[in-house]
Design a protein around this ligand. Structure first.
Ligand code: F6R
Length: 640
């Protein structure tokens, strides 16, 4: 999804801007661009002959933008850059950011840009603003909602960029993170955020003024600085050479205590592909390590496991003691992790649990309950719908909040009372894999903590569950060794256009996740169903052209599932069954069985999802799709 990088320094910042964009590439984008101000002297180069705001944009990759910029010899000490994921207006150069305003009037096109702006988010009242600005003589070059902000700032500018941005943002409805340059203030960069993330980075200099940076994600600044100020909702930041000032929504300057500088670990993010063909494949194979890291240091079941993310002091004991119910809010794959957890929370901890898609919850009338623990699950920690659902729950008076999140520096972690930060490592493939299995591990820990708080976890059970969790990385290695058999299944699937995935109990969400993985990266239409629901409708779809995948662990529902599979076979459906070794389901005519290495009991969803990830991956490879960046999708969905 869209990304922002900005910088104000004394030396050339173009390299920093491009490197930042490259670090954000994995989130998905369809165009990119940058604008620099050449009106200030460079400490390490002669004063440029062409002054003012200069822009470069591309609908190709950031590498192409880089080549373009290098060919033009673009160097400057102040600049902003952007990767765009189209929402308003097609992916095209004229819609790519930065957008500029050249002021009003019919001759505007001949004038040099006065304002340059990059924007993440969606402006809901852009049509009304566009009409108003057009009536005042502004000429629009793009179909985007973002361009209105550039013209609005220009119309309000009276010698002070911060004042103009403040006045403009007061008129915006919707979500935004913006970074703005003005022709008349070459060493100034102003940012603002509401609903979309934005951070300030503080650089270092041996002599001379310290450079400052702006980014939509601290990761964009890895290798540049690890000293980060997280801007809060409604904040504006005014950056000039060697100094910055954060201003709150009410216009008052905020001191270091209100917006502290944090040192964040960014350098350790491993983004090298190594021997793998795609990031998704790498991330599937990283799962044993990701699980081991996520569970590292878990010696026993204690509430403090959810307390330890160093932002504020926490009160996990009190929160779990006061929890009567759990409400899980999440989107996509993270939502399916929540659906698995519901089975665990109700059967092991006996805590009534509801799981809800965040984008639905945030807009419906619901009945709040102060003794409900609101749990958000998010890989990125910046998903707009999940954040909005969290804030909605808080606004209804539900103050006990906990997040399971893969990014320690994310808004989700900052805004929740408790957190468990999974250590999957940066996930670059758009299709979530290692984030999902580590979320499940964290959710199982949450189940055990709540079971303990409710007096439902004996010391023997605790020891047994912990043993099983510690064995997960090894068990996963054995599952990954099934890859050659999965590739044979993928060869059948690559030629299909539809597929059904069946499961029961906690493996029903695994079936949903298997279907989601297949559809998003191979573009095969796939649906997940609880196997018992088959005869209530979807059985009508079953023919030899519709492969049916069944997740068949040896659990209490196995016999029921076997009957469901008979129903499929009797209609000529071809079955692909992931069966535990002791299920006595064997391959035969129209029935392909892969045996899972061992029966894993309660934690089996964590293992059964892995062959489904591999099936989607290899099917997509055989169909030649862009596995890591499937069409129309972005990694971090920071807009509604
Ligand atoms: C699917 C996928 C998405 C995300 C969803 C939520 O493979 O990755 O469905 O799970 O967009 O994202 P996070 O977990 O970052 O909140």
């Amino acid at each position: 999804m869209c990304g922002i990088v900005g910088a104000v320094g004394t030396t050339d910042v173009v390299g920093v801007l491009l490197q930042g964009l490259q670090r954000l590439e994995y989130r998905g984008y369809d165009s990119c661009g940058l604008a620099v101000h050449r009106g200030a002297p460079l400490a390490d180069a002669p004063w440029p002959s062409e002054r003012g705001l200069v822009r470069a944009r591309s609908t190709a990759r950031v590498a192409e933008l880089q080549a373009q910029v290098q060919a033009d010899g673009l160097r400057a000490a102040t600049g902003i850059a952007h990767t765009r994921w189209a929402t308003h207006g097609a992916p095209a150069v004229h819609n790519a950011h930065p957008h500029v305003s050249r002021g009003p009037g019919p001759d505007a096109a001949q004038r040099a840009p006065r304002v340059a702006l990059v924007h993440n988010g969606i402006i809901e009242n852009h049509e009304a603003l566009r009409a108003e600005l057009q009536a005042r003589g502004y000429v629009f070059e793009s179909q985007t909602d973002s361009e209105v902000i550039a013209h609005l700032i220009d119309s309000l500018y009276d010698g002070d960029l911060l004042a103009a941005v403040r006045a403009a943002t007061a008129r915006l409805h919707g979500a935004y993170a913006i970074a703005v340059l003005h022709h008349d203030e070459p060493q100034r960069l102003v940012g603002a955020r509401a609903g979309s993330p934005l951070v300030l980075g503080i650089g270092s200099a041996t002599d001379g003024p310290v450079p400052h940076y702006l980014a939509s994600d601290a990761l964009a600044l890895a290798g540049v600085t690890d000293r980060i100020v997280f801007l809060a909702e409604g904040d504006l930041v005014d950056m000039a050479l060697g100094r910055y000032r954060v201003v709150g929504a009410d216009g008052r300057a905020l001191d270091d205590a209100a917006r502290p500088v944090r040192v964040v670990e960014l350098g350790s993010q491993d983004v090298a592909l190594g021997p793998y063909r795609h990031y998704m494949q790498k991330e599937i194979f990283e799962q044993p390590r990701a699980l081991a890291d996520t569970l590292e240091g878990v010696e026993g079941i204690v509430p403090e496991l959810f307390d330890d993310h160093g932002i504020r002091s926490r009160a996990a004991w009190r929160v779990f003691g006061e929890t009567d119910r759990v409400l899980i809010l999440a989107c996509g794959t993270s939502y399916y992790a929540g659906c698995v957890a519901r089975y665990w929370l109700e059967s092991i901890a006996a805590v009534p649990t509801t799981v809800e898609i965040a984008s639905e919850y945030r807009y419906r009338d619901s009945v709040p309950d102060a003794r409900t623990l609101v749990v958000t699950i998010s890989q990125s920690g910046e998903t707009a719908d999940t954040l909005a659902a969290l804030r909605h729950a808080q606004s209804l008076g539900m103050s006990h909040t906990l997040t399971i999140c893969n990014v320690a520096t994310s808004a989700m972690v900052r805004e929740c009372e408790l957190a468990y930060v999974t250590r999957a490592g940066v996930e670059i493939g758009v299709a979530s894999t290692k984030a999902f299995t580590t979320q499940l591990a964290a959710l199982f820990l949450l189940t055990l903590v709540l079971a303990q708080a409710k007096g439902r976890l004996s010391a023997e059970d605790e020891a047994r569950h912990l043993r099983a969790m510690r064995h997960l990385p090894l068990a996963l290695q054995a599952v990954l060794a099934l890859e050659p058999q999965i590739i044979r299944w993928a060869e059948d699937f690559a030629a299909k256009e539809h597929a059904l995935f069946l499961g029961r109990g906690p493996h029903y969400p695994i079936a949903l996740e298997g279907a989601l993985k297949l559809k998003e990266i191979s573009y095969i239409h796939a649906e997940g169903y609880p196997a018992g629901e088959l005869k209530h409708g979807p059985l009508a779809l079953v023919t030899s052209a519709m492969p049916v995948v069944a997740v068949a662990p040896n659990d209490a529902l196995l016999d029921k599932l076997k009957s469901n599979l008979q129903e499929v076979r009797a209609r000529g459906g071809v079955l692909y069954v992931l069966a535990d070794a002791d299920t006595h389901i064997t391959s035969g005519e129209g029935l392909h069985v892969i045996r899972m290495p061992e029966h894993y009991g309660t934690l089996s969803p964590i293992l059964h999802v892995v062959p489904l990830q591999l099936l989607a991956y290899h099917t997509a490879c055989l169909r030649g799709t862009d596995v890591d960046k499937p069409r129309n999708l972005a990694k971090s969905v920071t807009v509604e």
